[in-house]
Design a protein around this ligand. Structure first.
Ligand code: AHG
Ligand code: MN
Ligand code: MN
Length: 334
């Protein structure tokens, strides 16, 4: 009989931390608290379609409470699961313009959490996969309330990053700089179980993922690259297949497992594209690189970009090493 170890997310994090001398366990606690928030979000996401038949009228539910939009709810759940734990000094959410302070009555910790509570939220009503993205840094300021400075650090300073896909099953994928590991939620026991150990992205894929509706506004380098992918050439598996879900996290997850490239370039209307550096670009770049892939903004590693603003946008080209390198060449030649 094939023997597979059954490893929960919590056990995996604890073992991982043990192998780092001097670790205090704070870090395991942060990821464990976060996984609780994620299970709550998953519960709400999985009954999203039921809201209307379970008695809600308009925006009020049976208790007369306002029914929160799922992205607002997810945002709230993460904040409330993390604000009182004593591990964080500040948070930042894609849903809020400003940094999120820890309430005055709670202790302030050493870490900074940035998150996109619900990615791909325009897809919810069509029952298409959506996700949650997170990114963790050590604080820069010595103590007290964390500041904007703690939140806008370059991506290479991340100490952990991960995402969840609420799909045909719910998966959590994370890295702490020791490879990329994937866990699948077993809903009957409410545990994330290790299902994809040490994920490696294929060196080259045969799928590209981009919103081609923006073609008209792209730079010529991007246009030529996409045309190149559509040409026929058997040895390099061209033409590639096009796949675009419109939930970055789902498109990126497929890219991680199957290989290929996901891109959201800048264009003449939006020079830096649409995706946000701190909430989407950096965590995805960290995971891609840890899985043996690449992540660039067109001319440099996304992880090397020095951010100036919390909600700064960045062009994104991520995926298999060879695919991103070929794309980079087209961008350079213009
Ligand atoms: P969010 O739902 O967090 O605002 O992010 C939406 C993003 C991302 O998930 C996706 O890749 C992209 O928007 C799709 O944008 P287009 O509709 O412009 O392709
Ligand atoms: Mn998003
Ligand atoms: Mn979002």
């Amino acid at each position: 009989m094939a023997h597979h170890k059954i490893v929960t997310l919590e056990r995996h994090i604890i073992e991982g931390e043990r192998s780092h001398p001097g670790a205090t366990g704070n870090f395991s606690n942060i990821l464990r608290d976060l996984s609780l928030a994620i299970k709550i979000i998953w519960r709400e996401v999985s009954k999203a379609g039921l809201v209307n038949i379970l008695g809600a009228t308009g925006t009020e539910n049976i208790h007369g409470d306002q029914v929160k939009k799922l992205d607002v709810l997810a945002d709230d759940v993460i904040y409330k699961a993390m604000d009182h734990t004593g591990h964080l000094c500040v948070m930042g959410s894609e849903e809020h313009e400003e940094i999120l302070k820890i309430p005055t009555n709670y202790p302030k910790g050493k870490y900074v959490l940035l998150y996109d509570p619900l990615d791909g939220s325009s897809n919810i009503d069509a029952n298409v996969s959506i996700g949650t993205i997170f990114s963790l840094y050590r604080r820069i300021t010595p103590n007290g309330d964390g500041t904007l400075e703690d939140c806008i650090q370059p991506g290479y300073k991340q100490i952990a990053a991960g995402y969840v896909v609420y799909g045909s099953s719910t998966m959590l994928v994370y890295t702490t700089g020791d490879g990329v590991h994937g866990f699948t939620l077993d809903p009957s026991i409410g545990e994330f179980l290790l299902s994809h150990e040490n994920i490696q992205i294929p060196k080259r894929g045969k799928i590209y993922s981009v919103n081609e509706g923006n073609y008209k506004w792209w730079d010529s380098g991007v246009k030529k690259y996409i045309k190149y992918l559509q040409e026929e050439d058997k040895p390099t598996n061209r033409p590639y297949s096009g796949r675009y879900i419109g939930s970055m996290i789902a498109d990126v997850h497929r890219t991680l497992l199957y290989g290929g490239i996901f891109l959201y370039p800048g264009d003449s209307r939006n020079p830096n594209g649409k995706l946000r550096l701190m909430y989407e670009g950096n965590p995805i770049a960290y995971i891609m690189e840890q899985a043996g892939g690449r992540a660039i903004d067109g001319s440099r590693r996304i992880l090397d970009v020095v951010p100036k603003k919390l909600h700064q946008k960045t062009p994104v080209f991520v995926g298999s090493e060879e695919d991103v390198t070929i794309c980079e060449k087209f961008l350079k030649e213009g």
